[in-house]
Design a protein around this ligand. Structure first.
Ligand code: NAP
Ligand code: MG
Length: 405
């Protein structure tokens, strides 16, 4: 290998380091699978909780702004602090979720897709290709106002314009106790969501499906349907035709039925709640959370790649006790390959794209040869399976990669 020239990069990737076990894997992946082969150019931001605390979370904001500047980032899993973490890390404050902060700055949508490999079989027999879920990440039931109705009385929705004019709508005349909920969304957010979905579909050359309940929700859900259609007709219709892909809108229950019958290979756009529920269903049905990738895409085409899982805290505490762990690095490796491939496309460095493909192939070849981490070993349908620790597994991937290069 030493004779081979390393692949050169022109624009840096924004590198967002993270926490716990994934931070350990991050370093191993760079040392074993990237630095020996690529003249890696990154602009490094340490999103580990200690440094976020030290900078009062400014580092998270800086990393998001750098992503806006360069266009592509790769992110390690990070701790979202709760009360226990405030104590554990002596935090000045319960800092917000870094993913939430980055998503707000980039105004992006998160796309999650499973990594498909022989030996890890989906529970749905006919799924052959990944199904990517796009979840709208603003509003609806997640930003709702609720009242517990104590006794009989009238409940109305009241909207007051800035000039004082009102629009009223009766929700219900209660004859006893009950509950009520008022939720909202904004045209701007729905439009951004639609654009992110259409541009990601084009990027992936995959069909886009979107479903809601417009037959029942004639104003709320219907607005989603209308905005998607308008954005499609005015900005994407011709591009979709040229790429040979399609956009389909149908009712959410019809989509669910179609998803189960399908062989996969498309993007499924979901309203916030549907996306919350359906992404866990898909992740489980495809086999393993440690094999899910995630990419945040902004409406203007900025990409931030990461693994869908967290920092794998339980394994980290074992690691701190000096034990080797069998933590699966695949989704984190695929975050790197996704980012490197995108950088290669934008900067027209085909060797970089090819390297990303080869590294992914080396991961799959390793698993298909029966060598994998414990989480996969226990669900694998292969006959000969060896469970390796993370270090051994990464070394095996490197061996397969070097054979391919
Ligand atoms: P987690 O890190 O996703 O892990 C939950 C469990 O899933 C693990 O204990 C492990 O099961 C299994 N698992 C997940 N990823 C794995 C991998 N790569 N290899 C093997 N097993 C894997 O979730 P968590 O423990 O609930 O959360 C830990 C921290 O992550 C939290 O502080 C949370 O805030 C953060 N988090 C961050 C992100 C992000 O940055 N995107 C997302 C989610 C959570 P076993 O223990 O049974 O082996
Ligand atoms: Mg959920």
């Amino acid at each position: 290998m030493s004779k081979m020239e390393k692949i050169k990069m022109t624009t840096p990737l924004v590198e967002m380091d993270g926490d716990e076990m994934t931070r350990i894997l991050w370093k191993m992946i760079k040392e074993e699978l990237l630095l020996p082969f690529i003249d890696l150019k990154t602009e490094y931001y340490d999103l580990g909780l200690e440094y976020r605390n030290e900078t009062e979370d400014q580092v998270t904001i800086d990393s998001a702004n750098a992503t806006k500047k360069y266009g592509v980032a790769v992110k390690c899993a990070t701790i979202t602090p709760n009360a226990a973490r405030v104590e554990e890390y002596h935090l000045k404050e319960m800092w917000k979720s870094p993913n939430g902060t980055i998503r707000a700055i980039l105004d992006g949508t998160v796309f999650r897709a499973p990594i498909i490999v022989k030996g890890i079989e989906p529970y749905v027999r006919n799924w052959k290709k990944p199904i990517t879920i796009a979840r709208h990440a603003y509003g609806d039931v997640y930003k709702a106002a609720e009242i517990k109705i104590p006794e009989a009385g009238k409940c109305e929705l009241v909207y007051t314009k800035e000039n004082g004019e009102e629009i009223r709508e009766l929700v219900h005349t209660f004859d006893g106790a009950g509950i009520v909920q008022g939720m909202h969304n904004t045209e701007k957010s729905i439009r951004s969501f639609a654009k992110s979905c259409f541009s990601f579909a084009l990027d992936q050359k995959q069909d886009l499906w979107f479903g809601s309940k417009d037959t029942i929700s004639k104003k709320y859900d219907h607005t989603f349907k209308d905005i998607f259609q308008e954005v499609f007709d005015t900005e994407y219709k011709e591009k979709f035709e040229a790429a040979g892909i399609s956009y389909m809108y149908t009712l959410i229950d019809d989509i669910v039925a179609r998803v189960v019958r399908s062989e996969g290979g498309y993007i499924w756009a979901c309203k916030n709640y549907d996306g919350d529920v359906m992404s866990d269903m898909l992740a489980t049905a495809f086999g393993s959370l440690s094999m899910m990738t995630s990419v945040l895409v902004s409406p203007d085409g900025i990409y931030e790649y990461e693994a869908a899982h967290g920092t794998v805290q339980r394994h980290y505490y074992q690691h701190l006790k000096g034990m080797e762990t069998s933590t699966n690095p695949i989704a984190t490796i695929f975050a790197w390959t996704g980012a490197l491939r995108k950088r290669g496309e934008l900067d027209q460095i085909p060797e970089l794209c090819r390297f990303a493909d080869q590294l992914e192939q080396a991961c799959l070849t390793t698993i298909e040869s029966g060598k994998m981490t414990k989480d996969l070993a226990i669900i694998s349908t292969l006959e000969q399976v060896t469970a390796l620790n993370s270090r051994e597994f990464i070394a095996e991937i490197r061996r397969n990669l070097e054979q391919m290069l």
